[in-house]
Design a protein around this ligand. Structure first.
Ligand code: ATP
Ligand code: MG
Length: 254
């Protein structure tokens, strides 16, 4: 079990005007299919915001619209006060894609030096980030020799490297052991306390319980938003896992 998370002041009702990410009536399509259907969401700054939903529900697509990588069909996505995709946002968002974009023939340190050069990151910050994700022992070896979880952490380090105020992390803890997962959620919590906004997708409900807010997607639609506690209360379910199953079945059965 992971340590309990404190859903304190950060879990207050999102204020639309001060949202780090504001999504209004967003629709997006792939090949004529609606993938995101009328999503409206306000993600407050300085919190860990969880994005959960079954496989294929649109989590990655929603993240890609926030990053400006996926074209919006209609509606609006405003990120740190600017339209998604605005050039000024590039250095303000750290993105960890679901499929890690790292160079397998370079070491962790070389990968981070490469990404660091783009943002003018110091050698000291590179070393600090390597320690943060506990890759010190292997950081000089080529990434292709790493375990799955070690590779995962190189990608996470690349997202954290330049200390962006917004982190978009697509299933960052997949393939990690419980101790490392716990450490990363503690790290996310610390980042949020320091004012960073984190949007984190996950399939693991035990992890979703650690977020300040949750958005639950089914089939491209927003089924529920709120604190983990509110989601439990709303459904009357004993666990988040049960709450999410119940909401999924209600939606798909409807
Ligand atoms: N490039 C693409 N071309 C066509 N369809 C796509 C493309 N990318 C995603 N889709 C479709 O859009 C829907 C949403 O996909 P998305 O990757 O956003 O889901 P997800 O919630 O991230 O799933 P997972 O939990 O498996 O990562 C799926 O039906 C998927 O097949
Ligand atoms: Mg995905």
């Amino acid at each position: 079990m992971m340590t309990a998370h404190r859903n304190g002041a950060r879990a207050a009702t999102p204020d639309v005007k001060q949202a780090a990410i504001l999504i209004e009536h967003l629709r997006a399509r792939y090949g004529g299919q609606d993938v995101l259907r009328d999503i409206s969401l306000a993600i407050p700054p300085g919190c860990v915001y969880g994005l959960v939903g079954p496989s294929g529900s649109g989590k990655t697509t929603l993240m890609r619209t926030i990053l400006g990588l996926k074209r919006i069909g209609s509606g609006q996505v405003t990120v740190l006060g600017r339209p998604a995709g605005d050039a000024a946002l590039r250095s303000l968002i750290g993105y960890m894609p679901q499929n890690a974009a790292i160079y397998p023939d370079l070491s962790a340190r070389e990968n981070l030096e490469f990404f660091g050069a783009i943002y003018g990151v110091s050698a000291e910050r590179i070393s600090e980030t390597i320690e943060l994700v506990e890759l010190g022992d292997v950081s000089h070896r080529a990434v292709m020799t790493y375990s799955g979880g070690q590779r995962q952490r190189v990608a996470l380090a690349a997202a954290l490297l330049a200390r962006p105020p917004l982190l978009v992390l697509d299933e960052p803890t997949v393939g990690l052991d419980p101790r490392l997962r716990n450490r990363l959620w503690t790290l996310f919590d610390e980042q949020a306390k320091a004012g960073v906004t984190l949007l984190v997708s996950t399939h693991v409900m035990d992890e979703a319980a650690h977020t300040d807010h949750l958005a639950f997607l089914v089939d491209g639609q927003l089924v529920a938003t709120g604190t983990p506690a509110a989601l439990l209360e709303q459904t009357g379910a004993p666990t988040l896992e049960a709450a999410v199953l119940q909401l999924t079945e209600e939606r798909l059965g409807a």
